[in-house]
Write a protein that binds this ligand. Sequence first.
Ligand SMILES: Nc1nc2c(ncn2[C@@H]2O[C@H](COP(=O)(O)OP(=O)(O)OP(=O)(O)O)[C@@H](O)[C@H]2O)c(=O)[nH]1
Ligand SMILES: [Mg+2]
Length: 195
Amino acid sequence: MPHLDLNKKQLVFKIVYFGPGMSGKTTNLLFIHKKIFDKYKGDMIILDTEEERTLFFDFFPVSLGSVQGFSLKIHLYTIPGQVFYEASRRIILEGADGIVFVADSHIDRLDDNIEMYKRMIANLDSFGVDLESFPIVLQYNKRDYDEIIPLGKIEEVLELSDDLLVTESVATSGMGVMRTLQLISKEVIRNFQLD
Ligand SMILES: Nc1nc2c(ncn2[C@@H]2O[C@H](COP(=O)(O)OP(=O)(O)OP(=O)(O)O)[C@@H](O)[C@H]2O)c(=O)[nH]1
Ligand SMILES: [Mg+2]
């Protein structure tokens, strides 16, 4: 459920970019932050290591305008993909209204993608999230690589629903990044209206 602040007359949705280490989660957020006009975004907070791996999270807020006197906001977060940060991932994931799963399309990373997707589902399940209706977009990132996982492979291995929203991207150039954000935003708002 989004966070409703009656004092500020604000409705805030939380979208988390999840996925294995180095799949391009932070790169997605950097591109989005660059693209959005100043008046619609807040500062980006990046908590990373010296090697620019996410240490805890990246974050920034986006304004979507107002509806019936309430301002609508989206808070975008990434998680740290390195295996040993499971506790941090769980904290960041809690209360998410939607997830973009950023998969690394390199052929050698299939198992990492699968493993991380399973961990994500296990966490959501433990929070009591209704997985049937929970908004998820699966983004196959790094489509510029030569040897890539074919579209549909991750869904096949994990036996995911045919209804799952899937995008392709090259986060470094921005290809597919805004489309992914639009898709997840729409889903999150639609899911809220259905609640
Ligand atoms: N070729 C290519 N490189 C990419 C793409 N997206 C991201 N990268 C590169 O992959 C590396 C890791 O990207 P990040 O965005 O830091 O990855 P992350 O998922 O945030 O990683 P963690 O914070 O460790 O979980 C960087 O060198 C990026 O420039 C892409 O679509 N294509
Ligand atoms: Mg990162």
